[in-house]
Design a protein. Structure first.
Length: 367
């Protein structure tokens, strides 16, 4: 005799199972980001996921480092015996805003077919479009598992202000990772930093963390269109050029002259060198636009008054000499007409100039 199915019992059982599922997810915290269709069903991306217009760029911004790196080509490329592996970390100028992957610094270095230590140089773009030394150290620490022979760390003064270290969403949503770096590599992080997104037990459930789960699945789906088109950002036919005329304003992040090391997150540089250990690392003060427009005697560009940037360059030189860091100050090697929509975003020709300037440093690693 068939038992009558009571809808209310089915509903109750379903709710109980769903509740149990959420509790298991919250307690277990499975690292689903490590599982990816990239490098299996379709190629790995040439740069880390980042996108503000997902439907147009087939890309999106998410905070799961496992998922981000699993989608990158470096995760699916075993290091060959004849490969001299270079990873490049930095901001949107490294990631390549308005540039196709082959036009970025990493792409141009690869096109140069350099040979270092008798091996073929292969550069990997691990830049990410926010400016923060702490963000760079976090990505660098993750990238070290891929066994680089050389790290190139591109940076600029705007990565140094203390208030910018944890304000970028990628850092704010990875408190546990940043705290680990503070413990292991003496990265300076305040105990009560208000920028961190602290997750409650509810936030760790499937329902509470549904945005992260949705982002993970969307990243996999966008891989289909990305692999078919090669598009990973919107390339506008026209854009507003970087500002070259300014008000007579010499302010910089509420700081006053002279700029001192204690007012900046210089500790993050030391933490970064601690992260790489014995692996050679080249620290680079990246090129920036030097304006000749209105009030350019006060400001170099939109980002920097001259006094702050000049003090910063002196600080960088002193720190590098005191610590024995390999440092390249390439701030002025690219002319103003080779910048695009920002004082740090280069044209393909500008990136080529930068790649040509960095090539000797890469080759010098073997001497």
């Amino acid at each position: 005799m068939n038992q009558e199915i009571k809808p209310i019992n089915v509903l109750i059982k379903g709710l109980l199972l769903f509740t149990l599922f959420n509790l298991v997810i919250a307690a277990w915290q499975p690292q689903v980001g490590q599982f990816s269709l990239y490098n299996i069903l379709y190629p790995g991306r040439e740069r880390l996921p980042f996108g503000e217009n997902p439907k147009q760029s087939y890309n999106l911004s998410l905070f799961d480092l496992d998922a981000m790196f699993a989608s990158h080509v470096i995760a699916g490329t075993p290091k060959a015996d004849d490969e001299f592996r270079v990873i490049i970390v930095g901001d949107s100028s490294v990631w390549g805003t308005l540039l196709k992957p082959e036009e970025t610094l990493a792409g141009q270095l690869n096109a140069d077919n350099l040979n270092a230590c008798g091996k073929n140089v292969r550069a990997y773009n691990l830049g990410y479009p926010t400016i923060s030394l702490t963000k760079d150290v976090m990505l660098l620490s993750y990238g070290m598992q891929y066994d680089p022979d050389l790290v190139i760390w591109m940076t600029t003064l705007d990565a140094f202000p203390l208030e910018k270290q944890t304000s970028t969403p990628l850092v704010a949503n990875n408190e546990e990772k940043v705290r680990e770096l503070a413990t292991s590599y003496q990265l300076r992080v305040e105990a009560d930093n208000p920028n961190f997104e602290v997750k409650s037990f509810w936030d760790k459930t499937f329902i509470g963390d549904r945005r992260a789960w949705a982002d993970f699945f969307r990243l996999q789906i966008y891989g289909v269109m990305w692999s078919a088109t090669g598009i990973d950002q919107v390339y506008p036919s026209d854009y507003e050029k970087a500002q070259t005329d300014f008000e007579a304003d010499d302010s910089y992040h509420d700081l006053t002259a002279p700029l001192t090391e204690d007012e900046l997150a210089s500790n993050a540089l030391e933490a970064g060198f601690n992260v790489v250990g014995e692996t050679p690392m080249l620290l680079v003060n990246e090129p920036m636009l030097i304006s000749s427009g209105a009030n350019s005697d006060i400001r170099y560009n939109f980002f920097y008054p001259r006094w702050a940037y000049d003090d910063y360059r002196e600080i960088m030189t002193t720190l590098s000499q005191q610590n024995g860091w390999t440092y390249a100050d390439l701030w002025d090697i690219v002319p103003a007409n080779e910048f695009t929509n920002s004082a740090i975003h280069l044209t393909p020709a500008g990136e080529n100039m930068l790649a040509e300037s960095l090539a000797p440093y890469i080759l010098e690693t073997c001497k």
